[in-house]
Design a binder for this molecule. Structure first.
Ligand code: PMP
Ligand code: GLU
Length: 396
């Protein structure tokens, strides 16, 4: 009998769809992948060079579990510069990607049966990581009137004696929405009042195109800072998905627990990637600016295209690189005789018939939607959207 817990975990749907699309491509199928959120850009040259230099210098051994001191210092510098947050190196834990950081956080925080409030739509891995650590994900639907951002009233309705933490992800995957200072302040007051932790996933902070600015909830005062664990990483901002570096900033006792857990699971994150991360965090940001300009253009294009299709609606994303589109008005209709009942049917028919990969909203706790990632080249997107529009026209 294998582990019941392991069998209750569903594999990452975003990575599954990405793997399927990449396999189809390898087999010569001309698939357009709006699936996984992975920037199509190359890692900037100065970051690659820092890694090459690290190998040349023989920086190829174990580092301290939570990361080399110079990496921790670079992260502290970044948090001060970008987020007005003062942390000491011993409050930083570098891990194998932000996903690993999240896993360490829940391993450090949760006792069996503790509840974690996850506003829906949510990034696919949150509930599963909570479950892996014996917690109970409490999914709280948000509303379009509030641009899919959780309110204190919704939080209050979900609160029980078992509530341990709230996850806030701004800019949000999949909706692209950015929380304002007022919204974050209300959540911070709520967390303080009810003695809760806040896990603030800020991995898309550098990718904002609207008028909103990124703000870390931890920067709203000493009390909320103490109960916030900030999660960030280099995958998205610096096109470094394969390098696998994420990090947390928290009070030292939590950092110590995470480091202790990591010392028995993976040890330090890759030493060479740590050096590359220092170059990313402290180096020039021109490539980041160029990527942001390209993403902004792509976002505008995607929103325009969706707006031309009367059956579809989306709230304009302010950040990240996703458009979350409500396709529910098409449910009950048929594509060449095959009825579209759910977003999973929709995504499956789309991929199988016109070779366009998207992620069904059910993966994000919002079954009326599909998610497009616009982290792909404009020509590819144009080609993909042509096929998509044709597909929609054939749904009768
Ligand atoms: N948080 C969010 C919201 C994400 O979309 C991702 C995407 N991979 C991650 C965390 C994890 O990123 P990584 O493990 O590549 O650092
Ligand atoms: N976070 C990205 C996404 O949502 C990458 C895939 C993953 O790690 O889930 O598509």
């Amino acid at each position: 009998m294998l582990s019941n817990k392991a069998q209750s975990i569903t594999p990452s749907p975003t990575l599954l769809i990405d793997a399927k699309a990449k396999k189809m491509k390898r087999e010569g199928v001309d698939v357009i992948g709006f699936g996984a959120g992975e920037p199509d850009f190359e890692t900037p040259e100065h970051i690659k060079q820092a890694a090459i230099q690290a190998i040349g210098d023989g920086f190829t051994r174990y580092t301290p579990v939570a990361g080399a001191l110079d990496l921790q210092e670079a992260i502290c510098h970044k948090l001060k510069r970008d987020n007005n947050l003062s942390y000491q190196p011993q409050e930083i834990v570098a891990s194998n990607g932000a996903k690993h950081s999240l896993s360490n956080i829940f391993a450090a925080l949760l006792n069996p049966g503790d509840e974690v409030i996850i506003p829906a739509p949510f990034w696919v891995s949150y509930p599963e990581i909570v479950k892996i650590h014996d917690g109970i994900p409490v999914i709280v639907p948000t509303h379009i009137e509030n641009r899919c951002k959780i309110t204190v009233t919704e939080l209050a309705d979900a609160l029980t004696e078992k509530t341990k933490a709230i996850i806030i992800n701004s800019p949000n995957n999949p909706t692209g929405q950015v929380y304002t200072r007022t919204e974050l302040q209300a959540i911070a007051d709520f967390a303080i009042k009810h003695n809760l932790y806040v896990i603030s996933d800020e991995i898309y902070e550098k990718l904002i195109y609207g008028k909103e600015e990124h703000l870390s909830i931890a920067s709203l005062g000493a009390e909320i800072k103490k109960r916030t664990i900030v999660v960030n990483g280099v995958s998205k901002a610096y096109a470094m998905t394969g390098w696998r570096i994420g990090y947390t900033a928290s009070i030292a006792p939590i950092a110590k627990l995470m480091s202790s857990i990591q010392s028995h699971t993976t040890s330090n994150a890759n030493a060479i990637a740590q050096r590359a991360t220092i170059a990313a965090l402290l180096g020039p940001e021109d490539s980041l600016r160029d990527m942001r300009i390209a993403f902004a253009e792509r976002r505008d294009y995607m929103v325009q295209q969706i707006d031309t299709i009367p059956e579809l609606t989306c709230i304009e994303p302010e950040g990240a690189f996703y458009v979350f589109v409500d396709v529910s008005r098409l449910f009950g209709r048929a594509y060449h005789g095959q009825t579209v009942t759910t977003s999973v049917d929709f995504a499956t028919l789309l991929l199988d018939n016109v070779q366009v990969a998207v992620v069904p909203g059910s993966a994000f706790g919002a079954p009326d939607y599909i998610r497009f990632s616009y982290a792909l080249a404009m020509e590819q997107m144009q080609k993909g959207m042509k096929r998509f529009e044709q597909f929609i026209q054939e749904i009768k």
